[in-house]
Design a protein around this ligand. Sequence first.
Ligand code: XLS
Ligand code: NI
Ligand code: NI
Length: 443
Amino acid sequence: MKNTSKPGFPKIPKIQHEGPSSRNPLAFKHYNPEELVEGKSMKEHLRFSVVYWHTMCGNGSDMFGWGTFDRPWDKGVPAGSIEQAKRRVPVFFEFCEKLGAPFWAFHDRDIAPHGRTLRESNKYLDTIVSLCKQEQKRTGTRLLWGTAQNFVHPRYMHGAATSCNADAFAFAAAQVKNAMDATKELNGEGYVFWGGREGYTTLLNTDLKREMDHLGGFMHMAVDYKKKIGFKGPFYIEPKPKEPTKHQYDSDAAACLNFLREYGLLEHFKLNIETNHATLAGHTMHHELEVAGAAGALGSIDANTGDVLLGWDTDQFPTDLYLTSQIMLTILKYGGLTTGGTNFDAKVRRESFEPVDLFYAHIAGMDTFARGLKIAAAIRKDGRLGDFIKNRYRSWDTGIGRQIEQGNVGFKELETHALKLGEVTTNESGRQEYLENLFNEFI
Ligand code: XLS
Ligand code: NI
Ligand code: NI
Protein backbone atom coordinates (compact mmCIF):
# COMPACT_ATOMS: atom_id res chain seq x y z
CA MET A 1 0.00 0.00 0.00
CA LYS A 2 1.36 3.38 -0.97
CA ASN A 3 1.50 6.01 1.74
CA THR A 4 0.26 9.17 0.04
CA SER A 5 -0.01 11.57 3.00
CA LYS A 6 2.95 13.92 3.30
CA PRO A 7 5.23 12.50 5.99
CA GLY A 8 6.91 14.79 8.45
CA PHE A 9 5.45 17.53 10.59
CA PRO A 10 2.69 19.16 8.49
CA LYS A 11 0.98 20.79 11.49
CA ILE A 12 4.10 22.29 13.02
CA PRO A 13 5.08 25.83 12.05
CA LYS A 14 8.60 27.23 12.02
CA ILE A 15 9.56 27.74 15.66
CA GLN A 16 9.95 31.45 16.46
CA HIS A 17 11.34 33.43 19.35
CA GLU A 18 8.38 34.93 21.22
CA GLY A 19 10.11 35.98 24.43
CA PRO A 20 9.73 34.98 28.09
CA SER A 21 6.10 36.05 28.41
CA SER A 22 4.89 33.77 25.60
CA ARG A 23 2.72 30.82 26.59
CA ASN A 24 3.15 29.07 23.25
CA PRO A 25 4.92 25.74 23.86
CA LEU A 26 6.08 25.70 20.23
CA ALA A 27 8.06 28.94 20.59
CA PHE A 28 11.39 29.89 22.08
CA LYS A 29 11.20 31.94 25.26
CA HIS A 30 14.94 32.59 25.47
CA TYR A 31 16.74 31.34 22.37
CA ASN A 32 16.80 34.32 20.06
CA PRO A 33 19.25 33.37 17.30
CA GLU A 34 20.33 36.88 16.31
CA GLU A 35 20.46 38.38 19.82
CA LEU A 36 23.99 39.41 20.74
CA VAL A 37 25.71 38.12 23.87
CA GLU A 38 29.24 39.35 24.49
CA GLY A 39 29.20 40.77 20.95
CA LYS A 40 28.34 37.47 19.22
CA SER A 41 24.94 36.12 18.18
CA MET A 42 23.35 33.35 20.23
CA LYS A 43 23.27 31.24 17.10
CA GLU A 44 27.05 31.50 16.72
CA HIS A 45 27.70 30.93 20.41
CA LEU A 46 25.56 27.84 20.72
CA ARG A 47 25.77 26.18 17.30
CA PHE A 48 22.90 23.80 18.05
CA SER A 49 22.92 20.42 16.40
CA VAL A 50 20.29 17.64 16.08
CA VAL A 51 21.38 14.00 16.04
CA TYR A 52 20.02 11.62 13.45
CA TRP A 53 20.25 8.50 15.62
CA HIS A 54 17.95 9.41 18.49
CA THR A 55 15.70 11.68 16.45
CA MET A 56 15.04 9.40 13.47
CA CYS A 57 16.05 5.92 14.64
CA GLY A 58 14.94 5.85 18.28
CA ASN A 59 11.73 3.90 18.79
CA GLY A 60 11.30 4.12 22.55
CA SER A 61 12.20 0.51 23.29
CA ASP A 62 14.16 -0.36 26.43
CA MET A 63 15.48 -3.60 27.97
CA PHE A 64 11.99 -4.38 29.26
CA GLY A 65 9.71 -3.20 26.52
CA TRP A 66 9.05 -2.71 22.84
CA GLY A 67 9.13 0.56 20.99
CA THR A 68 6.39 3.06 21.77
CA PHE A 69 7.04 5.94 19.36
CA ASP A 70 4.50 6.99 16.79
CA ARG A 71 6.48 7.83 13.65
CA PRO A 72 4.02 8.17 10.73
CA TRP A 73 6.83 8.43 8.15
CA ASP A 74 8.07 4.92 9.06
CA LYS A 75 4.69 3.31 8.34
CA GLY A 76 4.32 1.12 5.26
CA VAL A 77 8.03 0.58 4.66
CA PRO A 78 10.03 -2.38 6.00
CA ALA A 79 12.16 -1.58 9.06
CA GLY A 80 15.85 -1.42 8.22
CA SER A 81 15.24 -1.06 4.47
CA ILE A 82 16.81 1.46 2.13
CA GLU A 83 13.25 2.69 1.38
CA GLN A 84 12.78 3.54 5.03
CA ALA A 85 16.16 5.29 5.09
CA LYS A 86 15.21 7.37 2.05
CA ARG A 87 11.85 8.26 3.58
CA ARG A 88 13.47 9.53 6.75
CA VAL A 89 15.92 11.99 5.20
CA PRO A 90 13.50 14.79 4.18
CA VAL A 91 11.60 14.36 7.46
CA PHE A 92 14.79 14.91 9.44
CA PHE A 93 15.77 18.01 7.51
CA GLU A 94 12.23 19.38 7.77
CA PHE A 95 12.64 18.98 11.52
CA CYS A 96 15.97 20.83 11.62
CA GLU A 97 14.62 23.59 9.41
CA LYS A 98 11.45 24.13 11.45
CA LEU A 99 13.42 24.03 14.68
CA GLY A 100 16.03 26.44 13.33
CA ALA A 101 18.92 24.17 14.32
CA PRO A 102 21.87 25.11 12.13
CA PHE A 103 23.67 21.74 12.43
CA TRP A 104 23.17 17.98 12.51
CA ALA A 105 25.25 14.87 13.24
CA PHE A 106 25.09 11.24 12.14
CA HIS A 107 26.54 7.72 12.27
CA ASP A 108 26.98 5.93 8.94
CA ARG A 109 24.55 3.17 9.91
CA ASP A 110 21.83 5.40 11.25
CA ILE A 111 21.32 7.36 8.06
CA ALA A 112 21.72 4.23 5.88
CA PRO A 113 20.99 0.56 6.62
CA HIS A 114 23.45 -2.30 7.10
CA GLY A 115 23.83 -4.11 3.80
CA ARG A 116 24.43 -7.85 3.46
CA THR A 117 28.03 -7.09 2.48
CA LEU A 118 30.37 -4.18 3.06
CA ARG A 119 30.03 -3.32 -0.61
CA GLU A 120 26.26 -3.12 -0.31
CA SER A 121 26.49 -1.06 2.90
CA ASN A 122 28.79 1.39 1.13
CA LYS A 123 26.33 1.66 -1.75
CA TYR A 124 23.47 2.40 0.64
CA LEU A 125 25.56 5.01 2.39
CA ASP A 126 26.43 6.74 -0.88
CA THR A 127 22.75 6.83 -1.87
CA ILE A 128 21.68 8.42 1.39
CA VAL A 129 24.62 10.82 1.51
CA SER A 130 23.61 12.27 -1.82
CA LEU A 131 20.05 12.74 -0.55
CA CYS A 132 21.39 14.44 2.58
CA LYS A 133 23.50 16.69 0.42
CA GLN A 134 20.44 17.87 -1.48
CA GLU A 135 18.52 18.39 1.75
CA GLN A 136 21.41 20.32 3.31
CA LYS A 137 21.32 22.60 0.30
CA ARG A 138 17.55 22.97 0.37
CA THR A 139 17.36 23.80 4.08
CA GLY A 140 20.75 25.41 4.77
CA THR A 141 21.43 22.88 7.54
CA ARG A 142 25.14 22.08 7.99
CA LEU A 143 26.87 18.96 9.22
CA LEU A 144 28.55 19.36 12.62
CA TRP A 145 30.20 15.94 12.54
CA GLY A 146 29.97 12.44 11.22
CA THR A 147 31.01 9.17 12.83
CA ALA A 148 31.01 5.43 12.24
CA GLN A 149 28.74 3.08 14.12
CA ASN A 150 31.25 0.39 15.06
CA PHE A 151 29.38 -1.22 17.91
CA VAL A 152 25.95 -2.52 16.86
CA HIS A 153 26.88 -5.37 14.49
CA PRO A 154 27.84 -8.75 16.04
CA ARG A 155 31.22 -8.62 14.27
CA TYR A 156 32.20 -5.97 16.84
CA MET A 157 31.29 -8.11 19.84
CA HIS A 158 34.90 -7.93 21.09
CA GLY A 159 35.39 -4.31 20.06
CA ALA A 160 36.36 -2.66 16.78
CA ALA A 161 39.86 -1.12 16.78
CA THR A 162 40.52 -2.99 20.05
CA SER A 163 39.08 -6.34 19.00
CA CYS A 164 41.13 -9.49 19.58
CA ASN A 165 40.20 -10.29 15.97
CA ALA A 166 42.25 -8.51 13.28
CA ASP A 167 39.48 -9.01 10.71
CA ALA A 168 37.10 -6.98 12.88
CA PHE A 169 39.77 -4.25 13.07
CA ALA A 170 39.91 -4.24 9.25
CA PHE A 171 36.12 -3.92 9.00
CA ALA A 172 36.16 -1.04 11.47
CA ALA A 173 38.85 0.71 9.44
CA ALA A 174 36.82 0.25 6.26
CA GLN A 175 33.78 1.73 7.97
CA VAL A 176 35.65 4.75 9.34
CA LYS A 177 37.20 5.34 5.93
CA ASN A 178 33.77 5.50 4.32
CA ALA A 179 32.26 7.54 7.13
CA MET A 180 35.10 10.06 6.74
CA ASP A 181 34.48 10.23 3.01
CA ALA A 182 30.78 10.82 3.69
CA THR A 183 31.59 13.53 6.25
CA LYS A 184 33.85 15.29 3.78
CA GLU A 185 31.26 14.98 1.01
CA LEU A 186 28.73 16.67 3.30
CA ASN A 187 31.17 19.45 4.26
CA GLY A 188 31.26 18.30 7.88
CA GLU A 189 32.92 20.60 10.39
CA GLY A 190 34.52 17.70 12.27
CA TYR A 191 34.66 13.94 12.78
CA VAL A 192 33.99 12.06 16.04
CA PHE A 193 35.37 8.87 17.54
CA TRP A 194 33.33 7.43 20.36
CA GLY A 195 34.77 4.10 21.48
CA GLY A 196 31.55 2.09 21.39
CA ARG A 197 33.05 -1.24 22.46
CA GLU A 198 36.67 -0.17 22.77
CA GLY A 199 37.20 -1.59 26.22
CA TYR A 200 36.69 -4.88 28.01
CA THR A 201 34.24 -6.80 30.13
CA THR A 202 36.86 -8.97 31.84
CA LEU A 203 40.62 -8.63 32.13
CA LEU A 204 40.87 -12.43 32.29
CA ASN A 205 40.64 -12.58 28.49
CA THR A 206 42.17 -9.19 27.67
CA ASP A 207 45.62 -8.05 26.58
CA LEU A 208 45.10 -4.42 27.57
CA LYS A 209 48.46 -3.17 26.32
CA ARG A 210 48.02 -4.75 22.91
CA GLU A 211 44.48 -3.39 22.55
CA MET A 212 45.58 0.14 23.47
CA ASP A 213 48.45 -0.08 20.96
CA HIS A 214 45.99 -1.15 18.28
CA LEU A 215 43.73 1.78 19.11
CA GLY A 216 46.70 4.15 18.84
CA GLY A 217 47.61 2.63 15.48
CA PHE A 218 44.02 2.92 14.27
CA MET A 219 43.91 6.62 15.10
CA HIS A 220 47.19 7.21 13.25
CA MET A 221 45.72 5.51 10.17
CA ALA A 222 42.70 7.82 10.49
CA VAL A 223 45.02 10.86 10.65
CA ASP A 224 46.85 9.62 7.54
CA TYR A 225 43.60 9.09 5.68
CA LYS A 226 42.36 12.53 6.70
CA LYS A 227 45.45 14.07 5.14
CA LYS A 228 45.07 11.93 2.06
CA ILE A 229 41.51 13.08 1.33
CA GLY A 230 42.18 16.65 2.43
CA PHE A 231 39.58 16.74 5.19
CA LYS A 232 40.28 19.91 7.16
CA GLY A 233 38.01 19.64 10.18
CA PRO A 234 39.19 18.47 13.60
CA PHE A 235 38.94 14.96 14.98
CA TYR A 236 37.24 14.60 18.35
CA ILE A 237 37.37 11.79 20.88
CA GLU A 238 34.26 11.44 23.02
CA PRO A 239 35.09 10.09 26.49
CA LYS A 240 32.80 7.63 28.26
CA PRO A 241 33.81 5.33 31.13
CA LYS A 242 31.50 2.37 30.65
CA GLU A 243 28.41 1.11 28.84
CA PRO A 244 28.30 -1.00 26.80
CA THR A 245 31.63 -2.38 28.11
CA LYS A 246 32.54 -2.51 31.77
CA HIS A 247 35.58 -0.33 31.18
CA GLN A 248 36.02 1.86 28.12
CA TYR A 249 39.56 2.96 27.34
CA ASP A 250 38.47 6.55 26.58
CA SER A 251 37.03 6.71 30.07
CA ASP A 252 37.20 10.44 30.81
CA ALA A 253 38.81 13.63 29.53
CA ALA A 254 42.04 13.02 31.46
CA ALA A 255 42.33 9.41 30.22
CA CYS A 256 41.74 10.53 26.63
CA LEU A 257 44.35 13.27 26.89
CA ASN A 258 46.85 10.80 28.26
CA PHE A 259 46.07 8.29 25.51
CA LEU A 260 46.51 10.97 22.85
CA ARG A 261 49.76 12.14 24.42
CA GLU A 262 51.14 8.62 24.81
CA TYR A 263 50.50 7.78 21.17
CA GLY A 264 51.65 11.15 19.77
CA LEU A 265 48.16 12.15 18.61
CA LEU A 266 47.47 15.23 20.72
CA GLU A 267 47.86 17.77 17.92
CA HIS A 268 45.25 15.99 15.78
CA PHE A 269 42.43 15.66 18.31
CA LYS A 270 40.14 17.66 20.55
CA LEU A 271 37.50 16.30 22.89
CA ASN A 272 33.75 16.05 22.52
CA ILE A 273 32.44 16.13 26.08
CA GLU A 274 29.04 14.61 26.93
CA THR A 275 27.27 15.39 30.19
CA ASN A 276 25.87 11.93 30.86
CA HIS A 277 29.30 10.39 30.20
CA ALA A 278 30.91 12.80 32.65
CA THR A 279 28.49 11.79 35.39
CA LEU A 280 28.96 8.08 34.63
CA ALA A 281 32.68 8.71 35.13
CA GLY A 282 31.95 10.15 38.58
CA HIS A 283 32.65 13.70 37.43
CA THR A 284 30.58 16.75 36.74
CA MET A 285 30.26 18.11 33.21
CA HIS A 286 31.87 21.28 34.54
CA HIS A 287 34.92 19.28 35.64
CA GLU A 288 35.30 17.49 32.30
CA LEU A 289 35.04 20.77 30.40
CA GLU A 290 37.63 22.42 32.65
CA VAL A 291 40.04 19.49 32.16
CA ALA A 292 39.59 19.63 28.38
CA GLY A 293 39.80 23.43 28.30
CA ALA A 294 42.95 23.56 30.42
CA ALA A 295 44.64 21.24 27.90
CA GLY A 296 43.52 23.37 24.96
CA ALA A 297 41.35 20.45 23.80
CA LEU A 298 37.80 21.67 24.37
CA GLY A 299 36.24 20.89 21.00
CA SER A 300 32.52 20.25 21.15
CA ILE A 301 29.78 19.11 23.52
CA ASP A 302 27.14 16.40 23.45
CA ALA A 303 24.36 18.15 25.30
CA ASN A 304 22.23 15.87 27.41
CA THR A 305 21.90 14.79 31.02
CA GLY A 306 21.48 11.62 33.07
CA ASP A 307 19.15 10.96 35.95
CA VAL A 308 20.61 10.97 39.45
CA LEU A 309 18.63 7.87 40.37
CA LEU A 310 19.44 5.87 37.23
CA GLY A 311 23.03 4.76 36.74
CA TRP A 312 23.18 4.57 32.96
CA ASP A 313 23.32 6.73 29.86
CA THR A 314 19.68 7.87 29.84
CA ASP A 315 20.48 10.68 27.37
CA GLN A 316 17.81 13.04 28.61
CA PHE A 317 17.36 16.52 27.27
CA PRO A 318 19.23 19.09 29.38
CA THR A 319 16.74 21.30 31.22
CA ASP A 320 18.76 22.24 34.30
CA LEU A 321 19.82 25.89 34.42
CA TYR A 322 22.69 25.28 36.82
CA LEU A 323 24.13 22.73 34.43
CA THR A 324 23.88 24.88 31.31
CA SER A 325 25.15 27.98 33.14
CA GLN A 326 28.24 26.12 34.34
CA ILE A 327 28.80 24.68 30.87
CA MET A 328 28.56 28.07 29.21
CA LEU A 329 30.78 29.70 31.84
CA THR A 330 33.61 27.33 30.95
CA ILE A 331 32.96 27.50 27.21
CA LEU A 332 33.05 31.32 27.26
CA LYS A 333 36.18 31.21 29.39
CA TYR A 334 37.97 29.11 26.77
CA GLY A 335 36.96 31.30 23.85
CA GLY A 336 33.73 29.61 22.76
CA LEU A 337 32.84 26.79 20.42
CA THR A 338 34.63 27.30 17.13
CA THR A 339 34.28 24.20 14.94
CA GLY A 340 32.29 22.42 17.66
CA GLY A 341 28.67 22.78 18.66
CA THR A 342 25.97 22.05 21.20
CA ASN A 343 24.91 18.67 19.90
CA PHE A 344 21.75 17.23 21.43
CA ASP A 345 22.81 13.62 21.87
CA ALA A 346 19.51 13.20 23.68
CA LYS A 347 16.30 11.28 23.30
CA VAL A 348 12.72 11.87 24.31
CA ARG A 349 11.39 9.64 27.07
CA ARG A 350 9.64 6.43 26.14
CA GLU A 351 6.36 7.93 27.29
CA SER A 352 6.82 11.06 25.14
CA PHE A 353 5.83 9.12 22.05
CA GLU A 354 4.27 11.72 19.77
CA PRO A 355 6.24 13.45 16.99
CA VAL A 356 5.53 16.86 18.57
CA ASP A 357 7.52 15.75 21.63
CA LEU A 358 10.67 15.92 19.50
CA PHE A 359 9.99 19.64 19.16
CA TYR A 360 9.15 20.19 22.81
CA ALA A 361 12.36 18.39 23.82
CA HIS A 362 14.68 20.34 21.54
CA ILE A 363 12.98 23.64 22.34
CA ALA A 364 13.49 22.88 26.04
CA GLY A 365 17.19 22.11 25.50
CA MET A 366 17.74 25.18 23.35
CA ASP A 367 15.96 27.54 25.73
CA THR A 368 17.86 26.09 28.69
CA PHE A 369 21.18 26.60 26.91
CA ALA A 370 20.18 30.11 25.82
CA ARG A 371 19.46 30.99 29.44
CA GLY A 372 22.68 29.31 30.51
CA LEU A 373 24.55 31.47 28.03
CA LYS A 374 22.88 34.67 29.27
CA ILE A 375 23.48 33.71 32.90
CA ALA A 376 27.13 32.91 32.25
CA ALA A 377 27.60 36.21 30.39
CA ALA A 378 25.93 38.10 33.27
CA ILE A 379 28.22 36.41 35.83
CA ARG A 380 31.24 37.38 33.75
CA LYS A 381 30.02 40.96 33.34
CA ASP A 382 29.34 41.30 37.04
CA GLY A 383 32.91 40.19 37.66
CA ARG A 384 32.61 39.23 41.34
CA LEU A 385 33.13 35.52 40.73
CA GLY A 386 36.08 36.07 38.41
CA ASP A 387 37.60 38.62 40.80
CA PHE A 388 37.20 36.23 43.70
CA ILE A 389 39.18 33.52 41.95
CA LYS A 390 41.84 35.95 40.78
CA ASN A 391 42.21 37.40 44.24
CA ARG A 392 42.36 33.93 45.78
CA TYR A 393 45.62 33.28 43.93
CA ARG A 394 47.20 36.70 44.48
CA SER A 395 50.07 35.25 46.54
CA TRP A 396 51.41 33.95 43.22
CA ASP A 397 51.54 37.42 41.64
CA THR A 398 54.37 38.82 43.77
CA GLY A 399 57.10 37.71 46.16
CA ILE A 400 57.82 34.04 46.66
CA GLY A 401 54.83 32.91 44.53
CA ARG A 402 56.12 34.82 41.56
CA GLN A 403 59.61 33.40 42.12
CA ILE A 404 58.17 29.85 42.07
CA GLU A 405 56.09 30.40 38.94
CA GLN A 406 59.08 31.89 37.17
CA GLY A 407 61.18 28.85 38.06
CA ASN A 408 63.73 30.93 40.00
CA VAL A 409 63.72 28.90 43.22
CA GLY A 410 64.03 25.25 44.30
CA PHE A 411 63.44 23.26 47.48
CA LYS A 412 66.45 24.81 49.22
CA GLU A 413 65.26 28.41 48.78
CA LEU A 414 61.71 27.41 49.68
CA GLU A 415 62.93 25.79 52.89
CA THR A 416 64.72 29.02 53.79
CA HIS A 417 61.50 30.94 53.11
CA ALA A 418 59.38 28.54 55.20
CA LEU A 419 61.83 28.63 58.11
CA LYS A 420 61.67 32.41 58.08
CA LEU A 421 57.85 32.36 58.11
CA GLY A 422 57.55 30.02 61.06
CA GLU A 423 53.93 29.19 60.06
CA VAL A 424 51.40 29.82 57.28
CA THR A 425 49.25 32.58 58.76
CA THR A 426 47.77 33.98 55.56
CA ASN A 427 45.10 31.39 54.64
CA GLU A 428 41.67 32.79 53.87
CA SER A 429 38.21 31.26 53.64
CA GLY A 430 37.27 29.42 50.43
CA ARG A 431 33.74 30.91 50.80
CA GLN A 432 32.00 28.05 48.98
CA GLU A 433 28.54 28.80 50.36
CA TYR A 434 28.92 32.52 49.73
CA LEU A 435 29.88 31.77 46.12
CA GLU A 436 27.04 29.30 45.61
CA ASN A 437 24.63 31.99 46.73
CA LEU A 438 26.34 34.52 44.48
CA PHE A 439 25.86 32.13 41.55
CA ASN A 440 22.19 31.83 42.49
CA GLU A 441 21.75 35.59 42.15
CA PHE A 442 22.00 35.10 38.40
CA ILE A 443 19.77 32.05 37.94
C1 XLS B 1 27.01 6.97 23.22
C2 XLS B 1 27.59 8.13 22.56
C3 XLS B 1 27.36 8.18 21.05
C4 XLS B 1 28.30 9.14 20.41
C5 XLS B 1 28.44 8.98 18.94
O1 XLS B 1 26.89 6.91 24.43
O2 XLS B 1 27.15 9.28 23.19
O3 XLS B 1 26.03 8.49 20.77
O4 XLS B 1 27.98 10.46 20.68
O5 XLS B 1 28.88 7.74 18.58
NI1 NI C 1 27.47 11.23 22.49
NI1 NI D 1 26.24 8.92 25.21
